[in-house]
Ligand binder design. Structure first.
Ligand SMILES: Cc1ncc(COP(=O)(O)O)c(C=O)c1O
Length: 385
């Protein structure tokens, strides 16, 4: 292992968990596309028995992202949702979870339509308000599930303060760090117990893989996640693990560009007469701007803005040429989407209204194209609104 303790973030991205292949010296971990491993004699093997349980490509990715997040180990799953499900698999019926109110629509769907069936209970609160978090905690609360920044209205929760509150009460804190990536925010250093990602987004960064990962630090979580990865089997395949590893090497340079373009697009939109409101934590009038500046190293590439009506949003979304109208985020290409009918369609209309997901709301995942081209595209599309 070449990495010294104290290595900086971009060095960790490139080198953590990456050893030359012992059989050839290949600098890049190969795609170990195998389902099983030959044993030299009964009970004698090289630590690998069956590929649901262990795979060297997946192990290299897990070590890489665990180091980026400052956790003790990572566990890669077939999607972000499978990773979130693995965290909740530790709960037992009757347990209660406090959840950030404008969490990703798929997370809400998992909690409400799958896990309520096995008698888990969920309360959705504005976790940027500590009093609201404290008030939602019950004797049965076992987990605080934070998403910060939130999808899509970019609310910021104070990870350190929420973690302190949870620690006093013996409750675990899990943070969905998909929007920020470990480049901008490391929840474990701020006191969280578990970090989860849809690796589909910034970690992969190239819109060519679906995956998820949980990074943990407590002994009992490490033990459970290792067990559940094998027992429930929702693992990430070796080719996807390799694609994400290829992505993480450039995370630091990509995020610097995402930050720059996100900030520039948000600033441009605030000056446009057809835009009613812009949601971006890097704007000084964002309600948690000071907290974001303290907690994050850059404000990221995600932003949302309100055009006032579905017709206006439709005109813009149908009018863009360079930006692609698509779900997902975090890739090198700029994506634009309509949360109310796309990512958050599974959230009931009255809940959407309560958290600001209006029919006129548009979300942008700023890619890393030249900013002048992105602003030209927005300008011509806004002229059609
Ligand atoms: C914040 C957040 N968490 C989790 C997920 C789910 O990840 P996946 O689509 O990889 O299952 C998404 C997907 O958009 C997301 O935006």
């Amino acid at each position: 292992m070449k990495l010294k303790p104290g290595a900086r973030f971009s060095t960790i991205c490139i080198h953590a968990g990456q050893e030359p292949d012992p059989s050839t010296g290949a600098i890049i971990t190969p795609i170990f596309q195998t389902s099983t491993y030959v044993q030299t004699a009964l009970g004698e093997h090289k630590g690998y028995e069956y590929a649901r349980t262990q795979n060297p490509t997946r192990a290299a990715l897990e070590a890489n992202i665990a180091a980026m997040e400052g956790g003790r180990a990572g566990f890669a799953f077939a999607s972000g949702m499978a990773a979130i499900n693995a965290i909740t698999s530790q709960l037992a019926s009757g347990d209660h979870v406090v959840v950030t109110d404008n969490t990703y629509g798929g997370t809400y769907r998992l909690f409400e339509h799958v896990l309520r069936r096995v008698s888990l209970d969920f309360s959705y609160v504005d976790t940027s308000n500590l009093d609201a978090v404290a008030a939602a905690i019950r004797p049965a609360t076992r987990l605080l599930f934070l998403e910060t920044p939130t999808n899509p209205v970019m609310g910021i929760s104070d990870i350190a303060a929420v973690s302190a509150l949870a620690r006093d009460r013996g409750i675990r804190v899990a943070v969905d760090n998909t929007f920020a990536s470990p480049c901008l925010q490391q929840p474990i250093a701020l006191g969280a117990d578990l970090v989860v990602h849809s690796t589909t987004k910034y970690l992969n960064g190239h819109s060519d893989s679906v995956g998820g990962i949980v990074v943990a630090r407590r002994d009992e979580d490490l033990e459970w996640l290792r067990f559940v990865q094998n027992a429930a089997g929702g693992i990430l395949g070796p080719f996807d693990a390799w694609l994400v590893l290829r992505g993480t090497k450039t995370l630091a340079v990509r995020m610097a560009e995402h930050n720059r373009n996100g900030q520039a697009i948000a600033a441009y939109l605030t000056t446009h007469s057809k835009v009613r409101r812009v949601y971006y934590p890097g704007l000084p009038d964002h309600p948690q701007h000071a907290l974001a500046a303290r907690q994050m190293r850059g404000f990221g590439g995600m932003l949302a803005f309100d055009l006032g009506s579905l017709d206006a949003a439709r005109a813009l979304l149908n009018g863009v040429r360079l930006m692609s109208l698509a779900e997902s985020l975090g890739g090198v290409e700029t994506l634009i989407s309509h949360p109310a009918t796309m990512t958050h369609a599974s959230v009931p209309p009255e809940r959407r209204a309560a958290i600001g997901i209006t029919d006129g709301l548009v979300r942008i995942s700023a890619g890393i194209e030249d900013i002048a081209d992105l602003l030209d595209d927005l300008e011509q599309a806004l002229a059609r609104v």
